[in-house]
Design a binder for this molecule. Structure first.
Ligand SMILES: [Zn+2]
Length: 325
C-alpha cells in the first residue's frame, strides 16, 4: 500500500504529525523566532529541543520539531522534590525519554523515580519505555483509558517494550485528582478531557506550574484529530489560574503565561465562531476550513502553508460534529 500525504494525515494517530509537513514551508525566520523563545534559564539545547529551568526544581522541555529532528516532538519536563523526580511525557521515541532521564540525573543526581503521561498520542507516549532502559525502573502513571489507547492505537511503529512498560501503570483516577509526594513537594495529577478521551494535567500550586499536555498549544495551531471542542474549552478555562506568576508548559510551542492562554482561548473562540457561521450557511467543513484565515490580531499560529488548511478543516469538522449533535 502506498501512503500518500492525505492518508497519512487522516490515519496517523498523533497530534503533532502535521508539524513535519508544516516545517518545509515555514519561513526560517519564523521557525527561529519560535525556537528562540524561552521564559526560563536554558540548561540544555539540542537540535530537537531546549530544556529550560522555569522554577526551582522544575524544568520544561520545549521540543523544536520544526527543525526536523523528531527525537522528542512534544514538550514535557521534570519536577524534582527532596526524595524523587517526576518525568512528564514519554515523547516520540525511547531516545527522547532516555535523554530527559539523563538530564534528570545531571540536574538532580537522580534518574526519574516516577513518570506521568498526559494522553495517548504517539508524540507524548511512544518513547515511554526509554525510562526503563537503565537499572532504574520508575513506575509510570496514566489513566486506564490512556494506557489502553496507547496499546491499541499507537502502531507506527509497534513496540513490545512500550506495551510491556504500560502493563504495570499506576492507574490514575479519571474523575478525581491524584497526588504524588516527591518530598516537600506535592504534585497534582488532574484528570481533564477534550483533546482526547482522557487528558491529565500535572500541576504544582507553589510555584504555580501547569504541565498542560495538549490541552494547550502556544503559537502552534492545535490538531483537533480527537478533539471535542466544547470539552476542550472547559478544560482550558479550568486549568487557567488567576495568579499572573503561573507558568504553563504547553504540549507544543514555547512556555506560556496567562496572556498566552488568553490569546489561545481567543483563537479557539474565533475558530468556533467561524465554524458555527459556516455550518449555519450550509458550507461543508472542508470548504469552510479551506477558506478560513485567523485574524492577524490573534498573532502568530504556526501554520502557513497549503497543507495547513487540512488542520483548519479538521478543526471545523470537530466543531461540526458537536454542532450537529
Ligand atoms: Zn495530543
Amino acid at each position: 500500500m502506498t501512503i500518500n500525504r492525505r492518508t497519512f494525515l487522516t490515519q496517523h494517530i498523533g497530534c503533532a504529525c502535521h508539524i513535519a509537513f508544516m516545517a518545509a514551508a515555514m519561513p526560517l525566520a519564523a521557525r527561529r523566532a519560535l525556537a528562540a523563545e524561552s521564559l526560563g534559564t536554558i540548561v540544555a539545547k539540542e537540535k530537537f529541543g531546549t530544556l529550560e529551568k522555569v522554577a526551582d526544581g522544575v524544568w520544561a522541555h520545549v521540543s523544536a520539531p520544526l527543525e526536523g529532528d523528531r527525537t522528542t516532538v512534544s514538550n514535557g519536563g521534570l519536577i524534582a522534590g527532596r526524595d524523587g523526580v517526576l518525568a512528564i511525557e514519554g515523547f516520540q521515541t525511547p531516545a527522547g525519554a532516555q535523554w530527559l532521564a539523563g538530564k534528570a540525573k545531571e540536574l538532580t543526581g537522580k534518574w526519574p523515580t516516577h513518570v506521568a503521561l498526559t494522553h495517548y498520542h504517539a508524540d507524548h507516549a511512544n518513547g515511554v519505555a526509554g525510562y526503563l532502559a537503565g537499572a532504574d525502573k520508575p513506575p509510570i502513571r496514566s489513566t486506564a483509558r490512556t494506557r489502553d489507547l496507547v496499546i491499541e492505537r499507537n502502531q507506527t511503529p509497534p513496540d513490545p517494550n512500550r506495551v510491556a512498560a504500560l502493563k504495570d501503570v499506576i492507574v490514575l483516577s479519571p474523575t478525581e485528582t491524584s497526588t504524588l509526594d516527591l518530598g516537600g513537594r506535592t504534585v497534582k495529577l488532574i484528570p481533564r478531557g477534550g483533546h482526547t478521551d482522557s487528558d491529565v494535567t500535572v500541576e504544582l500550586d507553589d510555584p504555580g506550574v501547569v504541565f498542560c499536555g495538549d490541552l494547550v498549544w502556544n503559537k502552534m495551531f492545535p490538531n483537533y484529530v480527537d478533539t471535542v471542542p466544547t470539552k476542550m474549552a472547559t478544560s482550558i478555562r479550568g486549568l487557567k489560574r488567576a495568579s499572573a506568576s503561573t507558568i504553563y508548559v504547553p504540549g507544543h510551542g514555547p512556555v506560556a503565561k496567562n496572556a498566552d492562554i488568553d490569546r489561545y482561548l481567543a483563537m479557539f473562540a474565533a475558530v468556533e465562531a467561524a465554524a458555527r457561521k459556516a455550518h449555519g450557511a450550509g458550507i461543508s467543513a472542508e470548504d469552510a476550513g479551506n477558506n478560513f484565515e485567523l485574524p492577524d490580531s490573534l498573532g502568530m499560529w504556526a501554520l502557513f502553508n497549503p497543507a495547513a488548511k487540512t488542520f483548519y478543516q479538521r478543526a471545523f469538522a470537530a466543531w461540526y460534529k458537536e454542532i450537529k449533535a
